[in-house]
Design a protein around this ligand. Structure first.
Ligand SMILES: [Zn+2]
Length: 121
């Protein structure tokens, strides 16, 4: 599979290319995870290495990608916090936290999460 990094950007706040996508400054320098499902990215501009998941709402979170994608989908469809929590099977507090992260971009985040999901064997 070809590595499409156009959706990613450098996560180093000191980097001149921080937060800019599609600059071709990123390369894949490794993989990690139980099934090597996550990529380690390298920024040519600042020589930083970071996880592809850093900077996404999922980084460091307890939710699986499927659950988070489902949560954002319900939010994007304007389901309330309680309804979303019930449908996804998480606590309402979790939904509130994620909706803050989404900042009104639930649809976009849902699409990105689906794009970020590891290929299924
Ligand atoms: Zn950088």
């Amino acid at each position: 599979m070809q590595d499409d990094l156009s959706r990613y950007c450098c996560q180093n706040a000191e980097c001149a290319d921080h937060g800019k996508r599609g600059l071709d400054n990123l390369t894949v320098c490794g993989r990690y995870g139980e099934q090597k499902q996550h990529r380690l990215l390298y920024c040519r501009s600042c020589k930083a290495r970071f996880s592809e998941r850093k900077g996404t709402p999922l980084f460091g979170s307890q939710l699986t990608q499927d659950k988070a994608a489902s949560l954002f989908q319900h939010l994007a469809e304007r389901n309330g916090v309680r309804a979303t929590a019930r449908l996804v099977g998480v606590r309402p507090n979790t939904v509130v936290r994620y909706s803050r992260l989404a900042g009104g971009h639930a649809r976009q985040l849902h699409d990105e999460l689906v794009a970020f999901s590891p290929e299924h064997p």
